[in-house]
Design a protein around this ligand. Structure first.
Ligand code: HQG
Length: 180
């Protein structure tokens, strides 16, 4: 299996469907690498410890982390798991890239987490643009994270530098000036 396919399989099983492999995530989202490899094998996915290590080391977004004999997805889960993140003070501004078509709903409801555990926010506009591009030409929203924090909203930062919060109400969002 090539690295991209293995990375996708890891994202799927470690973030969304560990039960489909018969895996139970430990606190922090960790699983034993050996157990994961055995269970992947049982699904017809042949991967070696070296494959796991390479995919973890080369993931463009540092999706996975290894610690001792264990591996986890750093963020992006939809399956219930306690990632043991500690609340942190966010930077004044964070960014979120999303297709234009989502804006009316976003400015009505705010940014919602959907299936994920949190709304995902980026530290810089370029990263937000890359996230938004997955779904079409993105608009980069400014999120007034410091004001949110001052008003009691909690922020977390994942091991791979994604800022996470429960919800962003519309009053903390700002769209860029229209350029036509
Ligand atoms: C939008 C990737 C309408 C939101 C990336 C986004 C990220 C609303 C979509 C990570 C809305 C959700 C997360 C509202 C939010 N009305 N649309 N009220 N609130 N939306 O994929 O942030 O490749 O769940 O703008 O790098 O795009 O998986 O979230 O367009 O870190 O490792 O609803 O996924 O990482 O989409 O991306 P997603 P996201 P991985």
């Amino acid at each position: 299996m090539d690295d991209r396919k293995l990375s996708k399989a890891l994202s799927y099983y470690l973030r969304h469907a560990p039960h489909e492999l018969g895996l139970q995530l430990q606190p922090g989202g960790w699983v034993e690498q050996a157990e994961l490899l055995d269970k992947l094998q049982a699904q017809g996915i042949a991967a070696s410890p070296a494959d796991l290590q390479r995919v973890t080391a080369t993931s463009d977004k540092q999706r996975f982390a290894m610690e001792g004999s264990r591996i986890r997805a750093n963020q992006g889960h939809s399956t219930p798991v306690d990632l043991e993140l500690l609340p942190q003070v966010p930077p004044a501004l964070l960014y979120h890239g999303t297709p234009q078509a989502n804006l009316p709903s976003i400015f009505e409801q705010g940014l919602l987490k959907g299936q994920r555990h949190h709304v995902h926010l980026s530290q810089d506009p370029d990263t937000a643009a890359k996230v938004g591009e997955r779904r079409g030409k993105p608009v980069i929203l400014h999120v007034h994270a410091q004001s949110m924090h001052e008003q009691g909203h909690q922020f977390f930062c994942s091991a791979n530098g994604v800022w996470l919060t429960e919800r962003v109400p519309p009053q903390f969002l700002q769209a860029p000036p229209a350029t036509t």
